[in-house]
Design a protein around this ligand. Structure first.
Ligand SMILES: Nc1ncnc2c1ncn2[C@@H]1O[C@H](COP(=O)(O)OP(=O)(O)OP(=O)(O)O)[C@@H](O)[C@H]1O
Ligand SMILES: [Mg+2]
Length: 269
């Protein structure tokens, strides 16, 4: 079972499609949703599924019910906003996808693997294929930008040569090639968040989860971060972003789901 479409109170306008690379690529839930009749060539119903949540419930040990009967399907190449009030369950959803928390019931399939059955090494291997960006960056303070980004590759056993080959273009992609030798406390908040994005994608994961990546940033920096995420999406990375920022969501034409009291509904497909 995948998600059913339920009309909700918050409706975001659909902007005209401006990016040819995104046109018609959206297929979430049970139906292909963004291809207009004028653009039949853009339909791609056969895009493979990357993430499936089927009737997922999450109750924490203290009895707090964070997610209730949640169904969601995300296809390869999607860019999905996850909105909802504080305490709704957004971070819990990402933690389940990353295997940091386990579902109380239901199935979560990421990249063909059922998370409820993964333990130890096999879970660690799957996590390597998921990039994560946090609201508070989580950079290592006593390491330079270059070291923070390359640490991931080093930990995964990449050669020095391969690390160097990947580092520079990744820093360039987030506009920080000139800050490679700086330490995190020498950077602005927006720059630190861009380092954390570079760290999340330097190993080219197919899936990027960003939990309130713009939560500590002003409008300009927030838009810059979303642009970078869109650039990564255009390169083929599937992106899930949680946000409180209604303006950011309105200014985009990406699909939006909302979580409220642990229940998910589609706001815009
Ligand atoms: N480790 C935990 N133990 C017990 N309850 C938790 C835990 N983490 C989250 N919760 C509860 O689960 C619910 C969902 O929390 P979650 O962090 O997923 O919300 P959120 O939508 O990300 O909120 P915010 O926008 O404030 O980040 C909340 O009621 C929260 O109190
Ligand atoms: Mg949260």
């Amino acid at each position: 079972m995948t998600s059913t479409v339920t009309p909700t109170k918050t409706q975001y306008p659909r902007r005209p499609q401006v990016n040819a690379t995104r046109t018609g690529r959206v297929q979430t839930g049970t139906a292909s949703v963004s291809s207009s009749p004028q653009q039949p060539e853009a339909k791609s119903p056969s895009r493979p599924t990357l993430v499936t949540l089927a009737e997922v419930n999450k109750t924490y040990d203290n009895g707090s019910q964070a997610l209730r009967n949640l169904n969601l399907q995300v296809n390869k190449g999607d860019f999905l906003f996850v909105t909802g009030p504080s305490g709704a369950g957004k971070s819990t959803l990402l933690k389940l996808l990353y295997g940091q928390e386990r579902a109380t019931s239901g199935d979560i399939i990421v990249d063909g693997q059922n998370l409820s059955k993964l333990r130890g090494n096999r879970l660690a291997m799957l996590r390597r294929r998921i990039g994560i960006v946090f609201q508070d960056y989580k950079l290592i303070p006593r390491r330079t930008v270059a070291e923070n980004v390359s640490f991931v590759l080093w930990a995964q056993g990449f050669s020095r040569k391969e690390i160097n080959r990947r580092l520079r273009p990744t820093l360039r992609m987030v506009g920080l090639q000139h800050k490679a030798s700086c330490f995190p406390d020498q950077l602005s908040g927006g720059e630190q968040q861009r380092v954390s994005i570079a760290r999340a994608v330097v190993s080219t994961p197919p899936l990027l989860l960003a939990d309130e990546p713009t939560g500590n940033l002003d409008g300009d920096n927030s838009r810059q971060v979303i642009k970078i995420l869109e650039k990564l999406n255009a390169m083929g990375i599937t992106v899930l972003v949680t946000t409180h920022d209604e303006q950011l969501v309105r200014a985009s034409n990406h699909p939006v789901v909302q979580i409220q009291d642990g229940r998910l509904t589609y706001v815009r497909r």
